[in-house]
Design a protein around this ligand. Structure first.
Ligand code: URP
Ligand code: ZN
Ligand code: ZN
Length: 464
């Protein structure tokens, strides 16, 4: 099947130009002016942008918090309608099980044959026994090239001590695995939370008070020191504040291979969301916490200047009514952490980044598609390039709408961007040459997504 997209403006991570794009089977086979070929289908993209399918390197379809579990891969078509064609899911190592085994057991029951976009995985190390550390190179053979450790969440089974992080950095470096950290100081949070709760300060807003920027900054600096000792690269996920960003920026500019991402919500939502009445603030309980204007401005600058190199969703689909309400009778500490929405990652980044003049279209592609693919080693993803997978979005910049849970496929009972203006949308989306979104509507099939085998020594190793 040959599909020819004519007259669109192709946007890459460092350029944009008017060109035709030919997709042949699952691949992009030609990019050029006025391509003359007998195609099965021709689409006129005059006035539209031709973008690579988005790569969301940070989603949760299996996260469980105090017994409550998020929506799974059966909602992954929401990514497609938002212009994302590849997602990377964090899988907990099951205690007592190996790393590869934990991912593969999860895949068999919850992912393969269900996913509607392409996918890869990060393992979360929860059980750092010596034999588990020794198993790390086996991850690479199986195509899993990134590992997350949680510095936050004291007392939870997935919390990792500095010893585990250091060992993972050392072993990971030998195999080309990129170590990622959730950088928040668990002890600080524990002390502050207990104090606040003892004072009767239990509402959702105090979630943010219990984890101020210094909590994130300390852990980020500590992780950077651990990486320095190991001589290894480090990737800091969901950076939310100026101080943590500056720690990454300073280490990177001093020559250390330290990288990080931020997330859509940290760029546009404010701490005050947590103060919404009638427990609505619980919708915005995520970790690290939402910050103020000063931090948002610092993050926009950082993504522009490459001090942070990707924008992910950190999608975590807990319902407000049934699940977030777990903390209503007790305290913020029992509210499952995390916010949706991976469907709106590109909508928000385009509307509030590109349309507000904060980032260029090429920067948008770099942050949302190209670099995330490189972080995880997903060759053939995240760019409009000959030989790459034909994951292509025809983006209509003239579309105008309002973001709402009403037109969301995530199956979560709220959207943190409810009522936000949306400028532009993914009008047509192809996944490896197959049409999966037509006129903004999902038209693909369950199980159409395919596992993408990651390659080791991702972009974080480039400057080692
Ligand atoms: O609050 C968050 N971010 N929930 C998802 C799990 C994580 O820490 O990434
Ligand atoms: Zn995290
Ligand atoms: Zn996360």
């Amino acid at each position: 099947m040959k599909t020819l997209i004519k007259n669109g403006i192709v946007v890459t991570a460092d350029d944009e130009f008017k060109a035709d794009v030919l997709m042949d089977g699952e691949k992009i086979s030609c990019i050029g002016k006025d391509i003359q070929v007998q195609a099965d289908k021709v689409i006129d993209a005059e006035g539209k942008y031709v973008l690579p399918g988005g790569v969301d390197q940070h989603v949760h379809f299996s996260f469980t918090y105090k017994g409550s579990k998020v929506r799974g891969f059966e909602t992954s078509h929401a990514a497609a309608v938002g212009g994302t064609t590849t997602v990377v899911e964090f899988v907990n190592q099951v205690q007592g099980k190996g790393l590869v085994e934990s991912i593969e057991d999860y895949r068999k029951t919850d992912v393969d044959g269900i996913a509607m976009v392409d996918y890869a995985f990060h393992i979360i190390m929860t059980d750092p026994r010596d034999e588990v550390i020794e198993e790390m190179p086996k991850l690479v053979e199986a195509g899993y090239t990134t590992m997350k450790l949680f510095m936050a969440y004291k007392g939870m089974f997935f919390h990792a001590g500095d010893d585990a992080i250091l060992k993972a950095l050392m072993k990971g470096k030998e195999a080309g695995i990129t170590i990622m950290v959730h950088a928040e100081n668990a002890e600080m949070i524990d002390v502050l939370s207990k104090q606040l709760i003892a004072e009767g300060k239990t509402e959702p807003y105090y979630h943010a008070v219990s984890r101020p920027p210094v909590v994130e900054a300390e852990a980020t600096r500590r992780a950077i020191y651990l990486a320095e000792l190991a001589g290894a690269p480090l990737y800091v996920v969901h950076v939310s504040c100026k101080e943590a960003m500056e720690a990454i920026r300073d280490a990177y500019t001093a020559g250390q291979p330290i990288y990080g991402e931020t997330c859509t919500h940290y760029l546009v939502l404010d701490t005050e969301c947590l103060a919404k009445p009638d427990f609505e603030g619980a919708k915005y309980v995520c970790s690290p916490a939402l910050r103020t204007e000063e931090h948002r401005e610092a993050l926009w600058e950082a993504i522009n200047k490459n001090w942070l190199n990707a924008v992910s969703s950190d999608h975590c689909g807990f319902d407000w009514k049934e699940q977030k309400h777990m903390g209503r009778a007790t305290s913020f500490a029992d509210i499952p952490n995390g916010t949706p929405s991976f469907q709106n990652r590109l909508n928000v980044l385009w509307t509030y980044g590109v349309c507000e003049g904060k980032i260029s279209r090429s920067k948008f592609v770099d942050l949302a598609c190209t670099t995330p693919a490189k972080v995880v080693g997903l060759e053939g993803k995240g760019a409009i390039t000959v030989g790459y997978d034909a994951d292509v979005v025809i983006f209509d910049p003239e579309y105008r709408g309002i973001i709402s849970v009403e037109n969301n496929l995530e199956d979560v009972d709220y959207c943190p961007y409810e009522g936000f203006e949306q400028k532009g949308r993914a009008e047509t989306v192809f996944l490896r040459g197959n049409l999966i979104v037509d006129n903004g509507k999902y038209v693909g099939q369950k199980g159409q997504g395919k596992f993408i085998h990651g390659k080791p020594f991702g972009v974080s190793y480039d400057t080692l």
